[in-house]
Design a binder for this molecule. Structure first.
Ligand code: PHE
Length: 337
């Protein structure tokens, strides 16, 4: 047994000193639970009572020698590794820097966030709806039955007879009123689709922000106050708004809303085409049929709604004369914002 132990020790010493890597494996091989030293010690029981202490002591000595060697080797290897890394990872801190290109948010995203912030500041919550929508939500529930001429106003992408790409964010009004009881105060930003050919002022995909407020006693005065506040925050303190009568099937009365030109202040310039006013959104009092369809009693509740185009706002604010610039992702254009 003494010889076995000596042999293990010699082998271990040789193996450790020639080890290039993985001294942990050697630790397991010699000292581990199933290691060589341990398996010799398992046979201690067969020794006589006199022999046992001497062999035990020898085994312990060998164990601590091997342990010490392994520890020393491991420390050497850690040191060598550190040396190597210091050598390899040397940095020349005097090399001049290369400026990294930092991306920015797209002007449409910036505007959408700005719009959201303004309305959240007025107590609105954000609601979302699907872009692939049922005819029911996009039209029928908004008081636009199948044969209604208003359907021709918006050239819609149909997927099947009753599924389409939403042509406006107004379906989110209906989805919200179906789920929630008044008081309701939401805006819903998102993409909408119309089969218009792309040109300077049209795109088959664009963005709208819808607004909806329903409660007891909501009047057109609330609509005006809300939109006025919005216009002042978005376009400047001196901005005024005006309502022009219009027609939307889902609001009654309905209006198109203009803001006073924020370039000339109303005197007339190129941006407002000499008008002094710029149209920015559609709005009105929610039609009783729409409320009724969502199981909200129009004798008890009333509401207003509005919808605006985000592209239009961005183009006006930044004097962009071609909508296509917003989709082409030309960095020469985008980096100006
Ligand atoms: N959905 C209308 C449009 O796309 C805008 C609108 C929204 C008008 C809400 C009135 C009320 O033209």
């Amino acid at each position: 047994m003494r010889e076995q132990l000596q042999k293990i020790k010699e082998e271990a010493v040789a193996a450790i000193s020639s080890a290039q890597a993985d001294v942990e494996a050697l630790r397991v091989k010699y000292l581990g639970k199933k290691g060589e030293l341990t398996s010799v010690l398992r046979q201690m029981g067969s020794l006589s009572a006199e022999e046992r202490p001497a062999i035990g002591q020898l085994a312990n000595e060998i164990r601590s020698q091997i342990e010490a060697l392994i520890e020393k080797k491991a420390a050497e290897m850690r040191g060598a590794e550190m040396e190597r890394r210091l050598r390899e990872e040397k940095l020349d801190v005097t090399v001049p820097g290369r400026r990294a290109h930092v991306g920015k948010s797209h002007p449409l995203s910036v505007a959408q966030r700005e719009l959201e912030d303004i309305f959240i500041g007025m107590g609105f919550e954000i609601a979302e709806g699907p872009e692939v929508e049922y005819d029911y939500y996009n039209f029928q529930a908004l008081n636009i039955p199948k044969d209604h001429p208003a359907r021709d106003m918006q050239d819609t992408f149909y997927i099947t007879d009753n599924i389409l790409l939403r042509s406006q964010t107004s379906p989110v009004q209906v989805r919200t009123m179906e789920k929630k009881r008044p008081p309701i105060k939401i805006i819903s930003p998102g993409r909408v689709y119309r089969s218009d050919p792309m040109d300077a002022t049209h795109s088959p995909v664009f963005h709208q922000v819808e607004g909806l407020v329903v409660d007891r006693g909501i009047t057109m005065g609330d609509l005006k106050g809300t939109l006025e506040q919005f216009a002042k925050t978005m376009f400047g303190e001196n901005t005024r708004i005006r309502f022009r009568p219009h027609h939307f099937p889902f609001t009654e009365p309905s209006a198109e809303v203009d803001v006073s030109c924020f370039v000339c202040g109303g005197k007339g310039c190129r941006l407002c085409k000499g008008e002094g006013w710029i149209e920015i959104l559609g709005a009105g009092m929610v039609h009783p049929n729409v409320l009724r369809g969502c199981d909200i009693d129009p004798d008890e509740y009333s509401g207003f709604a509005f919808g605006l185009g985000v592209e239009r706002i961005v183009m006006l604010k930044h004097h962009i004369d071609d909508m296509r610039l917003l989709y082409e992702n030309d960095l020469r254009f985008l980096s100006q914002f």
